[in-house]
Design a protein around this ligand. Structure first.
Ligand SMILES: O=C(O)c1cccc(C(=O)CC[C@H]2O[C@@H](n3cnc4c(=O)[nH]cnc43)[C@H](O)[C@@H]2O)c1
Length: 235
C-alpha cells in the first residue's frame, strides 16, 4: 500500500523521514514536491493552514491517480497544541475525529457549524481499527483533533473550544484540509499529532518543538509495521 504523509512544515517532514532508513528521493509533481522513501511512503511538506494543506494534498493525490499508483492512506501529521490535562507537551494524539473548529457562522445565540446551515461536513472519521492499532503501537491518546485557521492564544478561547468539543485533545491547522482532500479521492485518512505546546494563553517560551519532533520520529518508527499489517477494508 502506498501512503502519503502530509506535514505542514519541511522540519516536520524531515522528522518523519528520520524514522526510515535511507535518504529517499525528490519526486516533483505539478504543484508539489514529494519526498519518496522505500516501502511506498511519500512525504509532503504541504504548507501551514487548512487551505494550503488541502490544495497540496489534492495535488499529490491527483498526480498519484494519473500515474496509476494511487495512495491507500493519507496521514496528516506534525506538531500541535494539546488540551490539558489529557494531552501534555511531548505526548502524542491520534485523531478518532478530525473536526473543523471554526467552519460555520457566528450568531447571537452562538456558533453554528456549516452542517447546521445545510452545507458539507465538519468532521471526518479515520478508520476506527487503524486508530486503535496506532494508539496501541505508539502510545498516542485517541481523541478529537481540532483544525482551525488561528492558533488559540487565550484561556477564554481554549475554554470555549473545550465546551464546544469536550472530546478534543489537540488543536492544529491542517488535519481537516488534508481530510477533505482525501475524502474527495475516496482515500482513508489518519491524523497523528505530537504536542509541542499547551492550547491556551500565548507563551512562545513554553514551546517544546524539538521534543515534539523527536516524538514524531519515534512514532513513525512504530507506525510503519502497523500500516504494513493494516487491511484497508477494515474501516
Ligand atoms: O505564535 C504563536 O503564539 C504560536 C503558537 C502556537 C503555534 C504557532 C504556529 O505558528 C505553529 C503553526 C503550526 O504548528 C501547528 N501547531 C502547533 N501548535 C499549535 C496550536 O497550539 N494550535 C494550532 N496549531 C498548532 C499547526 O498545525 C501549524 O502547522 C504559533
Amino acid at each position: 500500500m502506498r501512503v502519503l504523509v502530509a506535514t505542514a512544515a519541511p522540519v516536520e517532514r524531515d522528522a518523519v523521514a528520520r524514522a526510515f532508513p535511507g535518504p529517499g528521493a525528490q519526486v516533483p509533481r505539478p504543484g508539489v514536491a514529494l519526498h519518496r522513501l522505500p516501502g511506498g511512503w511519500d512525504l509532503l511538506a504541504a504548507g501551514v493552514g487548512p487551505a494550503l494543506a488541502a490544495a497540496s494534498t489534492a495535488a499529490a493525490l491527483t498526480a498519484a491517480a494519473l500515474d496509476s499508483a494511487p495512495y491507500g492512506l493519507v496521514v496528516s501529521t506534525g506538531i500541535g497544541g494539546g488540551f490539558a490535562p489529557g494531552a501534555p507537551v511531548g505526548s502524542l494524539v491520534v485523531a478518532d475525529e478530525i473536526t473543523a473548529a471554526d467552519l460555520g457562522a457566528e450568531t447571537a445565540d452562538g456558533f453554528l457549524p456549516v452542517t447546521e446551515l445545510g452545507f458539507g461536513t465538519v468532521t471526518h472519521h479515520p478508520p476506527a481499527g487503524l486508530v486503535a492499532a496506532v494508539a496501541t503501537a505508539t502510545g498516542a491518546r485517541p481523541g478529537t483533533v481540532l483544525t482551525g485557521s488561528t492558533v488559540t492564544g487565550t484561556a477564554e478561547r481554549a475554554a470555549l473550544l473545550r465546551t464546544r468539543h469536550p472530546r478534543a485533545l489537540a488543536e492544529a491547522m491542517e488535519g481537516f484540509g488534508v481530510a477533505e482532500a482525501a475524502a474527495a479521492h475516496g482515500v482513508p485518512v489518519l491524523e497523528l499529532r505530537a504536542v509541542s505546546n499547551p492550547v491556551g494563553p500565548r507563551d512562545r517560551a513554553a514551546w517544546r518543538v524539538g521534543d515534539a519532533l523527536g516524538a514524531l520520529t519515534d512514532a513513525f518508527g512504530k507506525l510503519a509495521p502497523v500500516l504494513r499489517s493494516w487491511n484497508p477494508h477494515d474501516r
